[in-house]
Design a protein around this ligand. Structure first.
Ligand code: HEC
Ligand code: HEC
Length: 218
């Protein structure tokens, strides 16, 4: 008796089940359509990148995500900062091995377009090998000397100030040196904090900060 009822159920349920499957397929067809459209949009994506930023990609990486430790990523840096720093390379006040000369070919309007584009890309955190003892000391030093302006992963930087977490360590080392010797003329207060740090903590204090930023943990 039980066996018969079981068969009856199976037979009655089968058409329902089959029509259910058809329904799912029917519903899925428009969804495939949407997926196709999105894929097509994705495929068209490079056209949306302003022409003027494309010569930057070989060095700064696609969308400004640099794969080379000596070259900074541009993605997600504040727009005001990018604009100010490019003008400084172009007109003086900031040292660059290549950027000073390269930016001679771009006017302020192009600089504005480039700053806008890169500031809208997601900010990457580079994965790097760090020394945990130095990074620990760096965390303390960052709080004392740098956090008020640069923020950290839990607290955003002040408007227009570049974040330092997850940046390439080699780039940070060189750039800090450029500020210290004065070929980068940045914020007056920052210059004073850097001098205080160096006087009280020595060069190892700077290295500790670089490891803390490289570790990218609050
Ligand atoms: C030949 C490689 C190269 C190319 C091409 C290049 N850059 Fe750079 N860029 C560098 C290097 C190296 C630095 C570090 C400063 C220096 O040494 O000149 C840098 C630094 C920068 C910085 C400073 C970032 C920061 O964190 O302060 C900005 C902004 C920048 N580049 C924008 C651009 C833009 C926009 C383009 C495209 C027009 C571009 N760069 C093309 C190599 C390059
Ligand atoms: C009073 C605010 C302030 C303080 C404090 C400060 N900074 Fe800065 N920092 C800035 C500003 C503003 C800039 C952009 C300057 C420029 O245009 O060159 C900057 C830029 C930088 C850059 C360049 C980033 C890049 O993308 O090239 C580094 C590296 C840096 N700061 C490190 C530090 C360190 C390390 C400390 C702590 C010892 C510190 N700063 C303290 C305001 C500050």
């Amino acid at each position: 008796m039980n066996i018969v009822r079981y068969h009856w159920c199976q037979i009655r349920l089968r058409p329902i089940c089959l029509s259910g499957c058809f329904l799912i397929i029917l519903l899925a067809i428009p969804a495939y359509g949407v997926c196709d459209e999105q894929a097509a949009l994705g495929a068209r994506w490079p056209e949306a990148v302003p022409l003027v930023v494309q010569p930057c990609f070989p060095c700064h990486g696609p969308q400004g995500r640099s794969g080379s430790p000596a070259i900074p990523s541009l993605a997600g840096l504040p727009r005001d900062y990018l604009e100010a720093v490019m003008r400084a390379y172009r007109y003086g006040g900031r040292f660059g091995t290549v950027m000073g000369r390269l930016l001679q070919a771009y006017d302020d309007k192009a600089i504005g377009v480039m700053a806008r584009y890169f500031s809208r890309q997601p900010y990457p955190l580079q994965k790097q090998t760090t020394d945990w003892r130095l990074a620990d000391r760096g965390r303390m030093l960052h709080r004392r000397y740098c956090r008020d302006c640069h923020g950290d992963l839990a607290r955003p930087a002040e408007k227009g100030v570049p974040p330092l977490h997850g940046r390439w360590m080699d780039y940070l080392r060189w750039t800090l040196r450029d500020y210290l010797v004065g070929i980068n003329q940045g914020d007056e207060e920052m210059a004073e904090q850097l001098r205080n740090l160096l006087r009280r903590q020595g060069p190892e204090g700077l290295e500790a900060l670089v490891h803390y930023y490289g570790k990218a943990k609050p």
